[in-house]
Design a protein. Structure first.
Length: 201
């Protein structure tokens, strides 16, 4: 799948700003029918679309951040979008979700840039698997999710500092406390979607 193949996923996701890099296939046109949509993506091979077999070539229209129409080529008038994207030979699909990654950049040696490695490859949402614990999750929310175009959620590490300290999340038993984790989960229910417990022999 080409990097630009999931461009409509980001446009329709309601997340912050444009994709990491502008698409060379994007053009702005004047419409003889009047502009009906904010963006029309044309000629993409559908990965999943209600009522259409996988691989069907479709056009997709977006208005006010929502998908307004999914049609066979020729149904949506030429120039109907304020922005028109040629998605020929690209995959047209919903935003993908990476359910195990480490994107707490600057705090752990495992951290990757979510916009480069997730959004840039079609994932509009990423779940960080335990990089942040109860004492560091607020920083993750503010500086990673808050500054990224990708939606960044968390599996909260049961170790209070997560993976940001030396010696591992469970280097000392005093780092493993349930109540701070419970408090963080209650404080950030829309961000924390699970708990990370690492079991090793």
């Amino acid at each position: 799948m080409r990097r630009a193949g999931c461009i409509q996923s980001h446009l329709a996701s309601g997340r912050r700003g444009p994709p990491p890099e502008p698409l060379p296939t994007t053009t702005h046109v004047a419409s003889s029918h009047g502009v009906l949509y904010d963006t029309v993506i044309r000629g993409g091979s559908a990965f999943e679309a209600a009522g259409h077999a996988p691989g069907t070539v479709l056009d997709l229209a977006i208005k006010d951040g929502l998908i307004a129409a999914i049609e066979l080529p020729g149904v949506i008038p030429a120039g109907a979008g304020a922005e028109e994207v040629d998605a020929t030979d690209m995959v047209l699909c919903p935003g993908l979700i990476d359910v195990h990654a480490h994107v707490f950049t600057g705090m752990t040696g495992l951290g990757l840039d979510p916009d480069e490695w997730c959004l840039g490859r079609g994932c509009t949402t990423v779940v960080d698997a335990g990089s942040a614990g109860a004492t560091t999750v607020e920083g993750f929310i503010r500086y990673i999710d808050g500054q990224s175009r990708t939606r960044c959620l968390s599996f909260l590490n049961i170790g209070m500092h997560g993976l940001s300290g030396s010696g591992g999340a469970y280097a000392h038993v005093n780092q493993i406390k349930a109540q701070p984790a419970i408090d963080a989960i209650r404080k950030y229910p829309e961000h924390i979607v699970g708990v990370k417990v690492l079991l090793t022999a």
